[in-house]
Design a protein around this ligand. Structure first.
Ligand SMILES: C[S@@+](CC[C@H](N)C(=O)[O-])C[C@H]1O[C@@H](n2cnc3c(N)ncnc32)[C@H](O)[C@@H]1O
Length: 259
């Protein structure tokens, strides 16, 4: 065996993923599972779905619906809190808000202004039910049943002056922010600190390049992408649900801020 060639365990070779990714991925997966169970037991009335095809809900989005792992939601909110130093004067805007879990977590960590944007009417109704029961009573929230592309963010947050809002957080759990909206965010650049939090696998690399081209830079990154081409086992793991992100991206989130 050549000297510069690293030894890899058999499992890693079979899965064709680097050792680091595999070890951290496994730990992260265990945390994902543990936190999912914790969530299920702690909030039994919070209804959410596991993996379902887009065609099973009322959207024409081809990709299947996967809930953002609760562990990743909590970790990313913790990092965000250290960057923002408090959430009371911020608006949390989730694009693709699904069953409302990230909105709920954001409220319980201190956000008082929350907006969810969701394409599926079924998921909007589900999140409405969930948030009615679980959201912190002092939280202002709305869930918009629409495509993110049809929204103008400067119009959406026009009451911000009244509420003394200083930062905006765009939370993407497996969704993207459209290029036209990214360009429009420039209109808000002078007024707010703007954060974009991307949790989960990269959906479309070009879009993430566009985020940077539009005046944002990465301020926090826990991405360890598996650059190898996924083999059949990995494809299965990737498809198999909420915990898949652990294999792609062991710690799985990236935060951008406007300059
Ligand atoms: C990967 S799921 C994440 C859901 C959510 N974060 C959760 O944990 O329940 C992505 C969600 O984004 C929604 N979605 C996809 N594209 C969208 C768009 N352009 N505008 C609004 N919602 C969108 C889908 O319907 C789906 O519910």
């Amino acid at each position: 065996m050549p000297k510069n060639m690293k030894k890899r365990p058999l499992l890693s070779i079979l899965l064709q993923i680097p050792v680091y990714t595999m070890v951290v991925g496994l730990i992260s997966t265990i945390c994902d599972i543990f936190y999912e169970l914790y969530f299920l037991f702690k909030y039994p009335k919070f209804k959410y779905l596991f993996v379902i095809e887009g065609s099973d809900i009322d959207t024409d989005v081809e990709a299947c619906y996967i809930p953002t792992p609760y562990y990743k939601i909590l970790k990313s909110l913790k990092t965000l809190k250290s960057l923002l130093k408090g959430f009371e004067d911020s608006i949390f805007i989730e694009i693709g808000s699904g069953s409302g879990r990230a909105m709920f977590a954001a409220s319980s960590k201190g956000f008082r202004h929350i907006i969810g944007i969701e394409l599926s009417k079924t998921l909007c109704d589900l999140s409405e039910q969930n948030l009615k029961i679980h959201l912190h009573k002092e939280t202002n929230y709305k869930i918009l049943h629409c495509n993110e592309k049809d929204i103008s963010f400067p119009d959406l947050i026009d009451n911000a002056d009244k509420e003394k809002i200083r930062s905006l957080v765009f939370y993407l759990g497996g969704t993207i922010i459209s290029i036209q909206n990214l360009t429009k965010l420039k209109e808000l650049n002078n007024k707010f600190d703007i954060y974009i939090v991307n949790v989960g696998p990269l959906q479309d690399r070009a879009t993430y390049d566009v985020i940077e081209e539009n005046g944002f830079s990465v301020v926090f990154e826990k991405f360890k992408e598996n650059k190898d081409k996924p083999n059949i086992i990995q494809k299965f793991i990737n498809y198999s649900g909420a915990f898949s992100t652990s294999y792609h991206l062991p710690q799985g989130y990236r935060i951008y801020k406007n300059k």
